[in-house]
Design a binder for this molecule. Structure first.
Ligand SMILES: Nc1ncnc2c1ncn2[C@@H]1O[C@H](COP(=O)(O)OP(=O)(O)OP(=O)(O)O)[C@@H](O)[C@H]1O
Ligand SMILES: [Mg+2]
Length: 398
């Protein structure tokens, strides 16, 4: 069986989706490349990082010498690869590109591997590309002095949907309603996983409907909640709803927010809505007691309350409705993300100032904030303080 991610992998840059800024930056880098300079591509999974380098190399007729760092265990492997890469003749090719992919897969114990990569960057007579999901890992810091960073973003869900549509057309699969929109949204900008999810749900089918998505079990994403919400809202059976909530791979707290966010769409008659919110407010009370008194028995009461939402079914309303992601969780997620970014930033700055994350946060950031705020526009630019635009914003926001 062909994997659709391979089958529909574009052969030329014209088929590459999105990332215009990153592609520009890579092209400029290749054109202006000087020895001892590498390009560090980073960004989330499945958005075309590896693919972009492959396609650009093909277009410019460069020979691409590729090493997957998560498969190599040590410095010697990396040096052997480079030794061979430098020797290999670029017959029929304009030049060479050396690509060391997935470098965040290098194990933290193997410090030698990073040193070897630095050596390659210093000695290479050809442009070197590095790729990682997260360039801020402290073990990768030594590389940053030699690299220009290029960021790849998540792919816009409309573009993902368009690509899924194209694939369905080629495969002769009819789609009903907003099934591809939902699939695209759930992929969270990861085109690879969107395509492989599509292949899974469409397996052996000639038409695709929203309920077909349920077999995905949503791979660690909102998947399972997506399976249980219909039971919670429509089953008319408290036992079934309770079982569903207990079996979902999410904390009941999260389930609470999912029900809260989707209740107004599911229970539309005023009487049902009133009853639903009444129940929800009681569940919320137990939820608070759990956290205040650290008494886990209240969690059981909360689940009982939540499952009784199933009793208020609107008559005549059937079928699937797209569920809303709870705004509350999105907010909490964002602040968690911010905290993580702040932590890794302080760790990195700490390695320059030889101080702990806490000291950086307490003693250095306030100054940096003032400096960044007072800095004239013309002085701003890439490379200053090695800050990403998001990080700069975070520091300025205080
Ligand atoms: N921008 C894109 N345009 C077209 N196809 C894409 C794009 N991004 C991803 N794909 C599809 O997803 C597959 C995986 O892409 P790729 O290997 O470039 O991801 P990646 O960003 O390197 O992810 P990872 O961080 O997991 O290595 C490709 O083979 C292709 O089918
Ligand atoms: Mg890759």
């Amino acid at each position: 069986m062909d994997l659709w991610v391979d089958k529909y992998k574009p052969e030329e840059l014209s088929g590459f989706i999105g990332q215009p800024k990153a592609l520009h930056e890579i092209t400029d880098f290749l054109r202006e490349w000087k020895p001892r300079e590498a390009l560090f591509i980073h960004g989330p999974a499945g958005v075309g990082k590896t693919l972009a380098v492959e396609l650009l190399a093909r277009e410019k007729k460069h020979l691409l010498l590729q090493l997957n760092a998560s498969d190599t265990r040590n410095a010697k492997d990396i040096e052997d690869f480079f030794g061979n890469a430098s020797k290999s003749k670029a017959l029929f090719h304009g030049g060479k590109i050396i690509l060391i992919d997935e470098i965040d897969g290098i194990s933290p114990q193997d410090r030698g591997a990073v040193t070897s990569i630095v050596k390659i960057i210093k000695e290479s007579r050809f442009p070197v590309f590095l790729i990682a999901n997260d360039p801020w890992r402290s073990k990768l810091i030594p590389l940053r002095n030699y690299c220009k960073l290029v960021r790849f973003n998540r792919i816009h869900s409309a573009s993902v949907e368009k690509q899924l549509k194209l694939i369905c057309k080629q495969e002769g699969i009819e789609t009903e309603g907003d099934v591809l929109k939902n699939l695209a949204r759930w992929s969270q900008g990861d085109l690879r996983s969107a395509i492989s999810d599509l292949q899974i749900v469409a397996y052996g089918k000639k038409s695709l409907k929203n309920p077909d998505l349920q077999i995905l079990g949503y791979r660690e994403r909102e998947s399972n909640i997506f399976n249980i919400l219909p039971t919670v809202f429509h089953s008319k059976s408290m036992t079934a709803a309770k079982k569903a909530i207990q079996n979902v791979d999410k904390d009941p707290d999260e389930v609470f927010w999912w029900i809260e966010a989707n209740l107004p769409n599911e229970l539309r008659t005023p009487e049902n809505m009133q009853k639903g919110y009444d129940i929800l407010s009681k569940a919320d009370m137990f939820r608070n007691w759990v956290s205040r008194q650290q008494n886990w028995r209240f969690k059981g009461f909360m689940i009982d309350m939540l499952s009784s939402v199933s009793l208020f079914r609107d008559e005549g309303k059937h079928g699937f409705s797209p569920y809303q992601y709870p705004r509350k969780l999105a907010m909490m997620g964002r602040s968690k993300q911010k905290r993580a970014m702040m932590n890794s930033l302080c760790e990195r700055l700490g390695s320059f100032t030889h101080s702990s994350k806490r000291t950086v946060k307490r003693d250095y950031l306030p100054y940096l904030r003032v400096i960044l705020k007072k800095r004239k526009k013309k002085d701003a630019g890439e490379g200053n303080f090695f800050l990403e635009p998001d990080e700069e914003k975070l520091i300025k926001a205080g």
